[in-house]
Design a protein around this ligand. Structure first.
Ligand SMILES: NC(=O)C1=CN([C@@H]2O[C@H](COP(=O)(O)OP(=O)(O)OC[C@H]3O[C@@H](n4cnc5c(N)ncnc54)[C@H](OP(=O)(O)O)[C@@H]3O)[C@@H](O)[C@H]2O)C=CC1
Ligand SMILES: O=C1O[C@H](COP(=O)(O)O)[C@@H](O)[C@H](O)[C@H]1O
Length: 466
């Protein structure tokens, strides 16, 4: 499928952290690979007025900092397609946007397809949607919403009602870039293609599932957004729940996109609402409150660990251990199936036996198993077989944002979240927003979070950071 031509992509929040870190490098990659049409324009917008020249400088700097060599090679051509103007404001005033779009339509000719990408904090999704509708900028367009889509069950429902008042569902792309990662997509390939994995993908063989996304990353450059959001909203109810759904889903009726999305949605409806008292630990790294823009008494969580239960026959009593945090002791994005093992073999303890899928970068599959140590004696040891997905022909995958943007350009909604799945996710998450929300416990920068999170992963403990 080729992207429609002519095309205008309006990037709302174009000066922001997401734009710099992900969206602009992804567009540069698409430009470099020739996946954008000849006649197209990128219109950056935001609250802060900057010139188009300043936007180009920002774009160039962002790709140099966060993109790879391929993205950097796409910059000179990408900057030939850029413009910048003030955004619609939250009071519903469309500002410079309609006039600038009119100008670009004249430059490009024809009847450009318009894509709005809302790379703004979740609190701005509804006001900007209403402003776009008021300005008549919604007919026939596509719109991309970042995560979290809502901040609670109620705000999710309100937002979705606002969105559906402005757009038909087919126009809406709710992004969760963890679904676009190459290795996440491999979760459903290796499981359904190979009985070595598919055969053990159940409670008989799996003792724990760990979905662990520690980050060394700081939040100082996006303190306003982060302090209003926190780790649980930023990562748990969004990326980690979606990955948990990828692991826990029942086999879809067919391995096509619509059925995969349905399988994810169905299993999220079986996520048991979190028990904040027994199954959740929140943390805040020491020094977080000293960051400019963070209040001295901030109770925002920069770490969350949760034990999620999936109430299906396949996963009854198997804990899904979800963990993520900022400024931790390492960075990884790892899904681990901790396999059940016999207590002993030939008189020696056995283990660990694990299937590990790393979602980071190009992705990696690891199988860790008990083996006989080489040598004269029958002694047990542990070995790991690694498969780097980048080593699989043809080797060069698209980074997740580039792949998902390409899906938006061609109108393919299959790797995007659905309102049904999100509603269930918010139901399961809701107790964490209530009176029993734990107080975030302090943890040292460079550590693996508050020690009390360790009890959630008993008896084996967290695989990472041991
Ligand atoms: N940063 C990341 O790594 C990722 C972020 N996301 C998601 O992207 C979205 C944006 O996050 P991020 O870029 O980190 O946040 P930022 O704080 O960097 O905000 C992004 C931009 O949004 C604009 N903005 C901020 N507040 C408002 C407001 N009240 N009204 C209108 N515009 C506003 C700002 O424009 P201006 O500068 O012109 O004032 C700002 O540059 C969030 O929903 C987040 O969950 C998703 C994946 C990764
Ligand atoms: O959505 C988000 O994701 C990033 C992690 O993404 P990745 O590109 O490293 O996979 C996270 O750092 C950020 O806080 C969050 O908003």
């Amino acid at each position: 499928m080729a992207p429609t031509e002519p095309l205008i992509v309006v990037l709302h929040g174009a000066r922001g952290d997401l734009a710099k870190r992900m969206v602009l490098p992804a567009l540069a990659t698409l430009q470099r690979r020739g996946l954008l049409p000849e006649r197209w324009a990128l219109l950056g917008t935001g609250r802060t007025a900057i010139t188009s020249k300043e936007f180009d400088e920002l774009l160039t700097g962002a790709v140099a900092e966060f993109g790879d060599d391929e993205a950097a090679e796409g910059v000179p051509e990408l900057t030939r397609h850029t413009a910048y103007c003030g955004d619609v404001s939250e009071d519903g005033n469309a500002g410079e946007l309609p006039g600038e779009l009119e100008r670009l339509r004249g430059v490009l000719g024809g009847d450009p397809t318009l894509i709005h990408y809302l790379a703004v904090p979740p609190s701005s999704f509804a006001p900007i949607t209403r402003a776009l509708a008021k300005a008549g900028l919604t007919d026939g367009v596509r719109v991309v919403y970042e995560k979290p889509y809502g901040t609670s069950l109620e705000t999710f429902r309100d937002l979705d009602a606002t969105v559906h008042a402005a757009f038909d569902e087919e126009q809406v792309f709710r992004i969760d870039h963890f679904l676009g990662k190459e290795a996440t997509q491999n979760l459903h390939v290796l499981r359904f293609a190979n009985e070595l994995f598919g055969g053990v993908w159940n409670r008989r063989h799996v003792e724990q599932v760990q979905i662990d996304v520690p980050e060394t990353l700081d939040v100082a450059q996006r303190a306003e957004f982060y302090d209003a959001t926190g780790a649980a909203l930023d990562m748990l109810v969004t990326h980690l729940f979606q990955v948990a759904a990828e692991v826990a889903m029942e086999p879809p009726r067919r391995l096509d996109a619509a059925n995969l999305a349905k399988a994810r949605e169905d299993v999220i409806a079986h996520f048991r609402p979190l028990d904040p008292v027994h199954d959740v630990v929140l943390g805040q790294f020491e020094g977080y409150r000293d960051i400019e823009g963070v209040p001295d008494d901030s109770a925002t969580d920069t770490f969350v660990a949760a034990r999620l239960w999936v109430d299906t026959d396949r996963w009854k009593d198997v804990p899904f251990l979800l963990r993520t945090g900022k400024r931790m002791g390492g960075s990884a994005q790892q899904v681990t199936l901790v396999l059940r093992t016999p207590d002993e073999l030939f008189g020696s303890p056995v283990g660990p036996n694990r299937v590990v899928v790393s979602l980071a970068g190009s992705g990696e599959l690891k199988v860790t198993t008990t083996v006989k140590k080489p040598g004269a004696f029958l002694e047990l040891g542990t070995g790991t077989a690694n498969l780097e997905l980048a080593d699989v022909e043809p080797g060069s995958s698209l980074p997740p944002y580039a792949g998902l943007l390409e899906d938006v350009l061609v109108g393919d909604r299959t790797l995007f979240t659905t309102p049904g799945g999100l509603e269930s996710a918010w139901v399961a998450f809701a107790p964490l927003l209530g009176a029993d929300r734990p107080t975030p416990e302090p943890y040292a920068i460079g550590s693996w979070g508050p020690e009390s999170a360790d009890r959630l992963a008993e008896p084996h403990g967290w695989v990472l950071g041991d």
